[in-house]
Design a protein around this ligand. Sequence first.
Ligand SMILES: [Zn+2]
Length: 266
Amino acid sequence: MQIDPSGTSSLLYFDRLRDCSGLAHALSTRNGTPGEPGGLDLAWSPGDDPEPVRRRIASAAGDLGVDPRAVCCALQVHGSTTACIDELPAEDPQAPCRVWGQCDALVTGRPGITLLIRVADCVPLVLYDPVQRVVAAVHAGWKGTLAGIAAAAVERMGERYGCRPADVLAGIGPSIGPCCFEVGDDVAELFRAGFDGAGRCMMMNCRAVTIDLPEANRLQLVGSGVSPGNIEVAGICTCCRSDVFFSHRGEQGKTGRFGLFASLRA
Ligand SMILES: [Zn+2]
């Protein structure tokens, strides 16, 4: 994945997944239609005006070549619950797209359904099995990483659709990097005690403990049987590149959300 030198692309792609004819996917950035206030900010919570976000989702879906009315997001809660979307939830005039409910990984085997995960520093992951034709979109902040959401998604793909982890191609998207993700003693202790492989994704800089969340998720996928050669890591820090991506920490919490879109092509 490359940020274009001008930094003006509205959508970015994983190199290997882009070559998969059965998959449509993209990461959105801050950059929307020129002149449109808010760029491609996809932040929305129940009760908010859905219209601006509906327009931005339609814009991104149009660029991606998918049906904007078949985009389905989740109410993300930093947990380890996965949902299989084989039927779209009903349209809701109060929401900018279809909304599944509370969970942090969406999985589908149905072409035409577009999964949407929204982030601003948390890790967005796409998992694609070209053999069984199944795709997942995952939201993994530090809590979800610790709860094992990426592993839970791989497991669900296996249970529900018969996917073999060795067939899964994975993309780990832009998120806060080890350069910027300093944590307090409380989070550091939770990771040390609760994360398998903590020693390989935690470091110490001159001030604090840092956690490499993309690496933690990569280790978790490998632990689930995904081949290291099938995992692409974007290697882009959202906090360092808050010119391109929304960053919760880089903007002191006052920021929007960018999206991971993933869909099986018919
Ligand atoms: Zn950084």
